[in-house]
Design a protein around this ligand. Structure first.
Ligand SMILES: C[S@@+](CC[C@H](N)C(=O)[O-])C[C@H]1O[C@@H](n2cnc3c(N)ncnc32)[C@H](O)[C@@H]1O
Length: 274
């Protein structure tokens, strides 16, 4: 859990964070009272956020499994969140027990919980949690734990699932993504999602915009992006089938509820470095 120059964000129980809120949407278990109170205000604006979160999490699982099937054996999961069901290392190691996974998050609650879980599972030889920020890709890539577990001469599975919404345009997300992409060897994959209201109906657009605006009160304000902006994050990658789709539609295991209001509000794709 060495931090390698990263400036740690203190845990503030009074100010909700993206990681803690997402955990609440997925599990119904608040970390702090403030998270629950805030989440209830979010639900009052967009009541389908829990389904949205499950769609997102399930995409992550399918994308990780897809990468294992493509013989990827080392994973960098940036913005990994509080560990819960369907953690990347649990998924990939079911198929490839020796696979290496480096988790990264800038939320100390997420980092502490992931560390406790990996310690408890005696998994720290092949997995790690790095406290770092997507806005500093070099600190992630050059971190001692990343270098210990990821061989950048071999293909890497990069997961940045629902994290770019917390990186505003002023931080130049395309340049950050290019920096990561340039370090990935040929044959690597990247899986990403991004909340969007581009394809939602007018009423849902209004609800999501209102819910996203509330995040200004958290430690992680939200930026909504268009399909074109999401697509640009994959510059230099070739998209694997079916390209950019809604998260639940990406290689689904089960029938998709095509009428669900949350369905069109999260773009998802997996790209490949030729
Ligand atoms: C919505 S959750 C997604 C968690 C997980 N990727 C998933 O899809 O199930 C977003 C996560 O990204 C993390 N995050 C937000 N901004 C970040 C940044 N700049 N650097 C690293 N992590 C960040 C949050 O702390 C949170 O854990």
């Amino acid at each position: 859990m060495a931090t390698n120059d990263f400036e740690s964000r203190e845990i503030d129980p009074r100010v909700p964070s993206a990681a803690r809120l997402y955990h609440y949407y997925l599990t119904g278990e608040p970390v702090f009272d403030a998270d629950k109170l805030f989440a209830e205000r979010v639900f009052a604006r967009f009541s389908h956020l829990d389904t949205w979160a499950h769609h997102n999490r399930e995409f992550l699982g399918r994308a990780a499994r897809f990468m294992v099937e493509q013989d990827i054996r080392q994973f960098l999961d940036i913005g990994s969140g509080l560990p819960t069901g369907g953690n990347t290392h649990d998924i990939v190691r079911e198929f490839a027990p020796g696979a290496h996974v480096v988790y990264v998050d800038n939320d100390l609650e997420a980092v502490n919980r992931a560390h406790d879980l990996l310690l408890h599972q005696h998994a720290l030889e092949t997995t790690a949690i790095v406290e770092a920020d997507l806005r500093h890709p070099d600190l992630i890539l050059d971190h001692t734990d990343t270098r210990r577990l990821i061989d950048f001469d071999q293909p890497v599975g990069l997961l940045i699932v629902s994290v770019w919404p917390f990186v505003p345009e002023s931080e130049r997300p395309l340049a950050l993504m290019a920096r990561l992409r340039d370090r990935l060897p040929s044959g690597s994959y990247a899986a990403m999602t991004h909340v969007s209201l581009e394809d939602a109906g007018t009423e849902v657009q209004r609800q999501i915009a209102a819910a996203a605006e509330l995040y200004d009160e958290t430690s992680d304000p939200v930026t909504l992006r268009s399909r074109a902006q999401f697509s640009a994050l994959f510059d230099g990658f070739e998209l694997v089938d079916p390209g950019i789709v809604y998260a639940p539609d990406w290689r689904p295991d089960l029938a998709v509820d095509i009428d669900h209001p949350a369905r069109p509000c999260n773009f998802a794709a997996v790209g490949y470095t030729p």
